[in-house]
Design a protein around this ligand. Structure first.
Ligand code: AMP
Length: 414
């Protein structure tokens, strides 16, 4: 057992994973900018009460999962468990909402939740997210969902968008009452662990992953039975917009999402197999901005788990384009000059500074899938040449040491 180990539930990201993260981040920033969202970064810790006020005092994230600490002046802070509260805080504080086009934001970064570690669930994880602030029109719901689906499509991740509406406040309250009644009368049909939420937070029971509850709850009343005419029309309009934009969606009558601030539209992107947890999700939160001290402003947004999308990406490990193998001290010294010249000519090359056994070095280069290998040993040094080997077809040739010959041997001269 090593003397020092990473904190439980955290990950050390290897180079292939960080490569995937980079691809996801840059694609997301580009796509969201393309749709008119500005990319921002905000602190990874905030005052604890910001999350209590927004995410919800009875939500699992706040009651059980926050990493809280006091600073040297006894101020209460928490590592951010999610992105929306901090982003809204920043938008109000910096007056970002008053400019004409600064009303849509995207973010990317680490988040922290004290959860039971398991596959795909970590205590430090990454999320990307987008918040569209200022419009209550259903087209902005469609846009937010479109952005999430567009990103996953571009990453070639098969997914379906699950969709529901929590209706307006009165509809929700009437539903909660009816659901509570049903749950009280049908305790036997749901998992014991979920029963504690009947009083405190019955909606959350609909989110349960416990198999007894998932099965039993199917008979419970559904929120759409409580929708007003306006809510039904809005939902219908939304599905029409998504259909026209080719977004693959599915109505899910029991989707409520785990946070307290959602109103009206909620959505989640899941894998096709259905077994896997969601890639991400979000919804409308029309009351949050005024709750946090801003003007009464409608908004919608989503967050997506980067660790989870990275693990669904199908591309291979990153393959170095060219490995350079200098054999022995003298060759190494001269090799540095050649290699730095290649770098300054934008040729990607990875030197092996510690290999004096050619057979071993070639084996290593082969195992990581390098396209070319350049060997520079005593013989090449005497001849003032390089040996360039194409690892795909096995062809090799000796070339003079100058940039145009190197470029040509590496197929970079077109
Ligand atoms: P939430 O903020 O809970 O709606 O989560 C949005 C997405 O973030 C989820 O669908 C997951 O993909 C991801 N996520 C949430 N919590 C974790 C975690 N502990 N570890 C890894 N990914 C997470």
């Amino acid at each position: 057992m090593p003397k020092y180990q990473k904190p439980k539930g955290t990950r050390d990201l290897d180079e292939n994973t960080t490569f995937k993260f980079e691809v996801i981040r840059s694609l997301f920033v580009a796509i969201s900018r393309f749709l008119g969202y500005g990319h921002v970064e905000i602190p990874i810790f905030e005052k604890t009460n910001l999350f209590e006020r927004s995410t919800g005092e009875s939500s699992e994230i706040v009651t059980k999962q926050m990493y809280k600490f006091q600073d040297k002046k006894n101020r209460e802070f928490a590592l951010r468990p999610e992105g929306t509260p901090g982003l809204i805080r920043a938008a109000i504080e910096n007056n970002w909402l008053n400019s004409h086009n600064g009303d849509k934001f995207s973010y990317f970064g680490p988040f922290f939740r004290y959860e039971r570690p398991q596959k795909g669930r970590y205590r430090q994880f990454f999320q990307l997210g987008a918040e569209s602030i200022g419009s209550n029109n259903v087209e902005s719901d469609a846009e937010s969902i479109y952005l999430l689906s567009f990103l996953l499509k571009e990453l070639k991740i098969k997914h379906v968008i699950k969709l529901n509406s929590l209706g307006e406040k009165e509809e929700r309250l009437r539903y909660i009452e009816s659901l509570q009644q049903w749950l009280t009368n049908n305790k036997i049909k749901i998992a014991k662990e979920d029963c504690i939420n009947i009083e405190k937070n019955p909606l959350r029971i609909l989110d349960s992953k416990k198999s007894a509850t998932v099965k039993g709850i199917k008979q419970a009343p559904k929120i759409h039975e409580f929708w007003s005419r306006e809510t039904s029309d809005r939902f219908k309009k939304l599905t029409g917009l998504l259909q026209a934009a080719n977004v693959n969606y599915q109505v899910d009558e029991f989707l409520v999402r785990g946070l307290d601030y959602y109103t009206s539209t909620v959505f989640e992107a899941s894998g096709h197999d259905g077994a896997q947890d969601a890639y991400g999700g979000g919804g409308r939160y029309n009351d949050l901005i005024s709750e946090l001290g801003g003007k009464n402003t409608p908004a919608i947004g989503f967050a997506c788990g980067v660790d989870r999308i990275a693990s669904a990406l199908k591309f291979d490990q990153i393959k170095p384009f060219c490995i350079f193998i200098p054999l022995g001290e003298k060759c190494r010294e001269k090799a540095f000059g050649i290699i730095s010249k290649m770098w300054s000519n934008s040729v990607s090359v990875k030197p092996y500074w510690n290999e004096s056994n050619l057979g071993k070095a070639l084996k290593r280069a082969n195992s990581i899938g390098s396209k070319y290998v350049i060997v520079f040993g005593e013989k090449e040094m005497q001849n003032n040449t390089l040996l360039v080997k194409n690892m795909k077809n096995g062809n090799q040739k000796e070339i003079p040491i100058n940039m145009s010959s190197i470029m040509s041997a590496l197929g970079l001269d077109e």
